[in-house]
Design a protein around this ligand. Structure first.
Ligand code: G6P
Length: 608
């Protein structure tokens, strides 16, 4: 959740750390801090609130001279987002400063032990015990102190360590939290995310759990958990600086909505050759596919809703039962999963703690795991049996958009590929679906272009205290995502219901002028949803429908209509979601919300 960054080199560390923190802010933005080593002494500056406050306090880093340093942007777990709880934390003797991303589960007994030994605590964080343990175990050798310290820790940690006695040296430790080393020339870096590194280097080393590294300006040594130096490959970062910047857009979210045609094209095009889908990393034989009796999809948040939409395509085309289960429920649910289960794990970041735990639980029961992930080298990508990348490029806005649509199209490709291999598609169906698939990037662009009226519509709906989203089948799946987008960034209460279920309770909430957003893009069920539109209108609702271009029936019934290009039902969620994303964006803008960094949320949720 938190973002961490470290720098050692000949330049000034503070401006670089602040720059890195700005890029990592989407991981958490309750408070921020840096620690820089200059003239044998560690200087710490921290503030509650955003990184901009830290830049102001330190005059963009000029007030904190020194060429080795660490930085942190926080999403509070233990202790309120105050200046004292902000990282870095410093040992009582002032020798060590640390930044930490993750949670130390056994911090309470360790805190008791350290208090009994006379250490004093300044903060309420779980992290602070780490820096006191380092002081306790330090006898002149940092590496040994680091190893003894982490041996005492239970939980997850991406950890950066700075020691006043070793100018130019940083230690970085990884356990169940992302940590990447940036390999430079005469300078080296670490960060919890490649977006903080892309401005400085394209060469990265991905640490595995249990590994730690010693960084100096001249080199990086990686150690395994027993302290033995090991060789690690240097990977090339493919993301560009431009991709991680706003590029003239007011918000990352808007930029990422607009990038969807290109992102979806990048997910599809390389996987279609000679009129056939080729899934490079999931090239199973029909016999292997036949061995799966069911598919379970697990994920959190929007990725879960992508799974809900993808289920329809998988079940309808492959005729295999598909369950979509929230990762936070699956992990403790005693699931009926065995070696005949294909588990599909969806995650933009590849680091979501609940999703990782669900994956481990299912794997321990024998399931084979296919990951659909955006971030290359992430924990989920590395630990699955097969990984299909979504190739969406960096997604910075907390509320996902292109992450969601690319997950969807990868599920569609998968559904078509499995169905074909299992002989479940009639001969002419596959080319017809493929034709729609290849048109999707252009149709998404059309869906964006057709909705230039959304800012005006947002003005009609932005002051509503509550919004209802309805739809049936694939439309319901999109409605779920539309309601989540609205809640996340505009803070308006929004709920999604299967349209047919309304009359079994929720319709009691419909009053004069209650806004109902009705998704009607499922060609088989649109008429049924129209009946539900009529029902809510009879009770005073104001209906905004999402429908196919030229759908006259809808125009006759709804108060307002947002159009999308026509496409077959199975893939329609990839288009219907576009105006819902834009609606949420413009409503949030109308309400003056911090769109890219909504309150209380974080992009990558690495805690339970
Ligand atoms: C957080 C984000 C959501 C995201 C979810 C799953 O809750 O705020 O936008 O959908 O995590 O993230 P993942 O990286 O696993 O897709």
């Amino acid at each position: 959740m938190c973002g961490i960054v470290g720098y050692t080199g000949s330049g000034q560390a503070a401006p670089l750390l602040l720059e890195g923190l700005k890029r990592l802010e989407y991981r958490g933005y309750d408070s921020a801090g840096i620690a820089v080593l200059g003239d044998g002494e560690i200087t710490v500056e921290k503030v509650s609130g955003k990184v901009a406050g830290l830049c102001e306090k330190t005059r963009d880093g000029a007030a904190v001279p020194g060429s080795t340093g660490i930085g942190h942007t926080r999403w509070a777990t233990h202790g309120a987002p105050t200046d004292t709880n902000a990282h870095p934390h410093v040992s009582n003797d002032g020798r060590f400063a640390i930044v930490h991303n993750g949670i130390i589960e056994n911090y309470a007994p360790l805190r008791e032990e350290l208090l009994a030994r006379g250490y004093t605590f300044e903060s309420e964080t779980d992290t602070e015990i780490i820096v006191h343990l380092l002081e306790m175990y330090y006898e002149g050798d940092i590496k040994t102190a680091v190893m003894k310290t982490v041996a005492r820790l239970e939980g997850s940690y991406g950890l950066g360590v700075l020691c006043s006695e070793r100018p130019g040296t940083l230690f970085a430790v990884k356990e169940a939290s992302p940590l990447i080393l940036g390999v430079g020339v005469g300078e080296n870096y670490f960060a919890s995310d490649v977006t903080a590194l892309v401005s400085y280097t394209k060469n990265a080393i991905y640490l595995d759990d249990g590994e730690f590294a010693e960084l100096t300006p001249g080199g990086i040594t990686v150690y395994d958990c027993s302290g033995r130096a090991i060789e690690k490959p240097v990977s090339r970062i493919t993301w560009t600086v431009e991709a991680a910047e706003k590029g003239g857009y007011a918000h990352f979210m808007l930029k990422e909505i607009m990038e969807q045609p290109a992102a979806v094209r990048a997910a599809i095009a390389p996987r279609v050759r000679d009129g056939e889908i080729r899934l490079e990393d999931f090239d199973l034989t029909p016999e292997e596919l036949h061995s799966f009796r069911k598919i379970v999809i697990t994920a959190c948040g929007s990725a879960y809703y992508a799974g809900c939409a993808g289920k329809y395509a998988l079940e309808s085309l492959c005729r295999i039962p598909v369950e979509v289960v929230l990762a936070s429920e699956l992990r403790y649910g005693d699931p009926l999963i065995d070696e005949q289960t294909l588990l599909i794990v969806l995650s933009q970041s590849g680091e979501t703690a609940d999703t990782i735990a669900a994956m481990k639980e299912c794997r321990s029961r024998g399931a084979k795991v296919l990951a659909v992930v955006n971030v290359v080298g992430s924990t989920i990508a590395k630990s699955a049996d097969w990984t299909l990348y979504t190739w969406a490029g960096p997604e910075i806005a907390v509320a996902t958009t292109k992450g969601y649509t690319t997950q969807l199209v990868v599920l569609y490709l998968l559904a078509m590929d499995i169905a074909r291999k299992l002989g479940k598609l009639e001969d002419d169906r596959y080319p017809a679906l493929l034709y729609d698939m290849l048109r999707l990037p252009r149709l998404i662009q059309n869906a964006i272009d057709m909705n230039s009226g959304l800012p005006a519509l947002a003005k009609k709906y932005h002051s509503s205290p509550s919004l209802f989203f309805i739809g049936r089948n694939t439309d319901w799946a999109v409605a779920l995502e539309g309601a989540l987008k609205m809640k996340e960034i505009s803070y308006i209460h929004a709920e999604s219901y299967a349209a047919g279920e309304l009359k079994h309770g929720t319709i009691a909430l419909i009053e004069e002028n209650t806004p109902v957003i009705a998704v009607c893009c499922n060609e088989h069920l649109a008429d049924k949803t129209i009946s539900n539109i009529v029902e809510v209108k009879a009770r005073g609702a104001r209906v905004l429908a999402v429908a196919f271009r030229e759908d006259r029936k809808i125009v006759a019934q709804a108060n307002d209509v947002i159009f999308i290009p026509r496409i077959g039902t199975l893939f329609s969620p990839a288009l219907a979601v576009i105006p819902l994303q834009l609606l949420a964006y413009y409503v949030a803008r109308e309400n003056g919300c911090d769109i890219d960094k909504p309150k209380n949320l974080a992009k990558s949720v690495t805690v339970e």
